[in-house]
Design a protein around this ligand. Sequence first.
Ligand SMILES: *Cc1c(COP(=O)(O)O)cnc(C)c1O
Length: 403
Amino acid sequence: MTDPRRLRPATQLVRGGLNRSPHGETAEALFLTSGFVYDSAEQAEATFNNTISHYQYSRFANPTLTMLEERLAGLEGAEACRLTATGMAAVHAALLSHLKTGDRVVASRALFGSCHWIVSTLLPRYGIESVFVDGADLDQWRAALSVPTALVLLESPSNPMLELVDLPAVAELAHAAGAVVVVDNVFATPLLQRPLEMGADVVVYSCTKHMDGQGRVLGGAVLGSRKWVDEVLQPFIRNTGPAMAVFNAWVILKGLETLKLRVDQACRNAAAIADFLAERDEVARVLYPFRADHPQQALALRQMSAGGTLVTFDLAGGKPAAFAFMNALSLVDVSNNLGDSKSLATHPASTTHLRIGAEERARLGITDATVRLSVGLEDVADLIEDLAQALDSLAVPASRAAE
Ligand SMILES: *Cc1c(COP(=O)(O)O)cnc(C)c1O
């Protein structure tokens, strides 16, 4: 029999973790049950003693959740995986299960808004020191990691400016400082970037994004070594209860079957759209990791296998142009979500990154003219036509320009 762990990603996505019931169903079964029953009081006792393996309660484990955990672990090349209700519950559990009062955390500044809040606001309440660095600047990482540190959190590429962190270099500095390295790999997906092979210890996902990929359910995942998951993460999850809904796990299992097809196509669409936008006068700059004008293209080519499904760009006319552009879109929707089969446009400064404040936005390079585009699965020619007509609408009419 083939070692299931050695199967290639496309196969893992369809077959990984499949555990059929005695009925021999084709599709993954949905075990929509909160609890489980025992043959006898003795069997219940043996279960709670850990002398036999038996499902107990869906807050701890459930057969549908196990199938998704096994599928994600096989895909990531991780020893173990635990699921959570949302991506934020995954980040929260990974951090709070590991940290204690007096610890120190170093994080890249360019984090998803709620991750930024956990590090900047929540952790200090528990006496955990937090230090932010510019993720692209290795000298800042080196300085921040010159003292003992418990945990490093980073996101690469980052939201929304698609800034990269040199994963092997930062992992080496972090390990020398005694830290575990937690990578939020949502933007890259497990298919485009493999953080564990580059030195990360823990990888976290919002399954809400590309894994469901069709805008239906929330979910999160944490992956790491068997020892860390069993000894550090699992007691925290079991006792604090951020469990993923069983129905959502089933939706995500079925979503994964098409993940590679969807991500590959969305990457092709995104690369074509980035090239189209870069040629337009209404666009002041385009950020896409695989383009030659991305400041970290060489790093992107080293650690990612494609440029991703997001394109970020600045309009030449400031916030009025950004809003007029978004309002003129007829196919692409205005939304703060991403990783969906439907293309979605976001104005980060007034939505996802409103609460971090103008000063922090300026540090991250987010301007009032910045638009983030999550590229979906529509025909790329239709997407480019929609973007083109929205950009055309920004042009000042000749009669008014003359006034
Ligand atoms: C969406 C997202 C999260 C949070 O996930 P939820 O499922 O919305 O809780 C965390 N990190 C990144 C990079 C994200 O895009």
